[in-house]
Design a protein around this ligand. Structure first.
Ligand SMILES: C[S@@+](CC[C@H](N)C(=O)[O-])C[C@H]1O[C@@H](n2cnc3c(N)ncnc32)[C@H](O)[C@@H]1O
Length: 285
């Protein structure tokens, strides 16, 4: 089969699940991963016959895509903040809106802590995307990363090696934790925040493949992680420190009020590029 025919096959078989532009982008990701072809080469080499082993890879990937498996789990990698991360079904696939939170922190640190040694803690690190991209871009930061899941921490540790940064990893259940190891200038978290009631709006590939533990909270207590982390932050943030959260877009005001009720100063709610309430900062900055 030629590359062009394979591309047509993908369009044909996936059109019920994905829009045409996404099918094209998925095909390009697979071609780059397996054949090291970019988009232009793919078109130029359209008449090329795909060898048996590559064809097998594309066909197996197609079967997995038809079952709604995300492309990132199929190839086992994803990009975040221009860095490569290994991913598997134990970790959430890093999202673009989380990059915006990382960008906010990097800008703040450069503005307020330039050349000062600082301590950062990422709670619920998953693939390690927040902790690792902060460590990579902030040479003055010592970074800690915590997760309840040993499997997620294994991936995060591999990602720290791949990206050549040193991180202190901790396994703990944040909801049970009474103390943190030390104080921090920045505490950041993208904790589970999706209510069961919101599951209806989610795409099958999130519902069936991404880890429940990373995503969901009970409808009657959706802010439990935010409460617990804010309580800890009040004790363990340094005088000039700040707390950063990724938040549930439908609970922006409630989350701001929560921080206010704990007496956390200077709360700032920000929208993501799609215009949804997505990030919150509280504390000294
Ligand atoms: C929404 S994911 C965020 C992952 C990653 N930081 C990101 O932004 O892509 C939440 C993470 O919190 C972790 N988590 C869930 N419950 C936890 C708990 N009780 N204590 C610590 N971490 C927890 C999950 O394992 C998951 O990795």
């Amino acid at each position: 089969m030629t590359l062009k025919a394979l591309r047509v096959l993908f369009k044909d078989k996936l059109s019920a699940i994905y829009p045409p532009s996404e099918i094209e982008s998925i095909f390009q990701i697979l071609a780059k991963y397996k054949l090291e072809f970019d988009g232009a080469t793919l078109i130029l080499e359209g008449k090329k016959e795909v060898n048996a082993s590559d064809l097998d890879f594309f066909q197996k990937s197609l079967e997995r895509l038809q079952k709604n498996e995300p492309i990132q789990y199929i190839i086992g990698e994803s990009y975040f903040y221009e860095l490569l991360f290994k991913v598997n079904s134990s970790v959430l696939i890093p999202r673009p809106e989380t990059e915006e939170l990382v960008q906010w922190i990097i800008t703040d640190v450069k503005d307020h802590f330039l050349n000062k040694k600082i301590q950062i803690l990422d709670i619920g690190t998953g693939s390690g995307c927040i902790a690792i991209s902060l460590a990579k871009n902030l040479p003055n930061a010592e970074v800690w990363a915590l997760d309840i899941s040993d499997e997620a921490l294994d991936i995060a540790k591999e990602n720290a090696v791949i990206n050549k940064v040193s991180i202190h990893f901790l396994q703990a259940d944040i909801l049970q934790l009474k103390k943190l190891p030390q104080t921090y200038d920045i505490i950041v978290s993208n904790p589970p925040y999706i209510r069961q009631a919101e599951k209806k709006q989610m795409h099958h590939n999130v519902l069936e493949f991404e880890p429940d533990k990373a995503l969901y909270v009970q409808d009657d207590n959706p802010l439990l992680f935010y409460k617990k982390i804010t309580e800890l932050a009040l004790k363990y943030l340094t005088k000039n420190g700040s707390l950063y959260f990724e938040i549930n877009q439908y609970l922006g005001e409630e989350t701001v009020q929560l921080l206010k009720s704990f007496g956390l100063a200077k709360r700032e709610l920000r929208k993501d590029l799609l215009g949804n309430d997505r990030m919150l900062r509280g504390g000294s900055l």
